[in-house]
Design a protein. Structure first.
Length: 391
């Protein structure tokens, strides 16, 4: 590691946690159908198989199932917990990316999800925030039968608190203004992708019919707002009082500044004054919904959740695959936030086709997420398993 960097960003406390299973906060009740519905609604994912009982009954699963993006809704840290261990004094954190490996096991109402979390590694690099710790950790999601659902390797950026606030550009404080005509055009583009889901329905998307160079249909949603971000926040099960047997987690001991630490999800304070434990209003998450605090960590105004951005990628690719396909593996690197007033645009291109060692027929894609100005929000690659036409 860079000696100069580590002199100004002390990450040495992380070492003692690497490779060791950490505690987690179990759900108090099994997953409910409305947990799944609330999730897809919040993630802007109108796939009928996840919320309409009649459509779902005619699917290959015979009833409602959660989307592949749902596991992080069951975790107390949105998947970031194993990438945020060890004290880095006077630091802030942003979600920086994910790698996912999925199994063909879907979460359904009545399931109980366990997440075995293991901090993986870290490295210090120079970024616009100065010396920055890129910290990674693994989430291993299983159900009550011990069946593997997914493994998520999350990446967090941890950086000097004062350096983050110094990077904000006041020219970006205000939301963009949209004309009525522009909003009408956005609504039409939004529905184009929804119609693609409807047109595919319960049918197969055959591997044989996909060619290298094909462009996946564009997905558009937004403009984002404090209201839409708040809706996302509440869809993570932990963000409703009493839903989990919460672990004790001292955010100040991790190095968060006092104003950004607070008592978010503190089990003791939840019994005394639960208002103070709500991350929508207090603690490290309040920058998402309050521009004043967003600017103190390097964001110009209210911004979306990294975990949600990862879910948008998963939903986009698995939605295109349809119910007979699945997202097998993905890598997402987050380059910029979803800000209030902005629109999110997702595209992808087929780069390769292959058959893996398990006999799965895979379509390889590069995927891209931008806002309306073409600013990159997320880039990455993925492999999507599709059915092959019978001979």
């Amino acid at each position: 590691m860079n000696a100069t960097a580590t002199a100004t960003l002390d990450c040495s406390d992380i070492d003692q946690y690497l490779g060791k299973v950490m505690d987690f906060s179990p759900l108090r009740e099994p997953i409910a159908a409305n947990d799944i519905r609330r999730w897809v609604h919040a993630m802007h994912y109108p796939n009928l198989v996840h919320f309409d009982p009649n459509f779902a009954a005619a699917s290959r699963w015979g009833g409602l199932v959660a989307p592949q993006s749902f596991p992080i809704a069951t975790d107390d840290g949105h998947g970031a917990a194993p990438a945020c261990v060890g004290c880095i004094p006077n630091s802030h954190l942003l979600f920086a990316g994910d790698e996912w490996w999925f199994h063909d096991t879907r979460i359904k109402a009545g399931d109980v999800i366990t997440n075995t979390r293991i901090p993986f590694d870290y490295a210090v690099k120079e970024t616009g925030f100065g010396p920055t710790c890129f910290q990674r950790g693994d989430n291993n999601y299983t159900n009550q039968h011990g069946e593997k659902i997914a493994t998520q390797r999350s990446t967090a950026l941890r950086y000097n608190a004062h350096a983050g606030g110094a990077t904000v550009n006041p020219a970006d404080f205000d939301d963009p203004e949209w004309t009525d005509e522009a909003l009408t055009d956005i609504e039409a583009r939004v529905f184009t992708w929804v119609k693609m889901l409807h047109d595919l329905g319960h049918k197969e998307r055959w591997w044989d019919d996909v060619a290298v160079g094909d462009q996946l249909p564009e997905r558009v949603f937004g403009p984002h707002s404090l209201a839409s971000f708040a809706t996302e926040w509440r869809a993570y099960i932990v963000n409703t009082w009493g839903t989990m047997s919460l672990r004790k987690n001292d955010l100040e001991a991790l190095g968060f500044t006092r104003e950004m630490a607070g008592y978010e999800n503190d089990p003791d304070m939840m019994k005394e004054n639960p208002f103070l434990t709500d991350g929508a209003y207090y603690g490290p998450s309040r920058g998402h919904l309050f521009p004043k605090y967003a600017r103190r960590i390097g964001m110009p105004r209210g911004y979306g959740y990294g975990a949600s951005m990862g879910s948008w990628v998963t939903d986009y690719l698995s939605g295109w695959a349809g119910e007979h396909g699945m997202l097998a593996h993905s890598i997402s690197n987050y380059r910029g936030p979803a800000l209030t007033g902005d629109v999110t645009i997702q595209t992808a291109e087929v780069t390769e086709k292959s058959i893996d060692s398990e006999g799965r027929h895979l379509v390889h894609v590069t995927h891209l997420m931008t806002n309306q100005r073409g600013v990159k929000m997320c880039v990455g690659t993925a492999e999507i398993a599709l059915p092959k036409k019978p001979v």
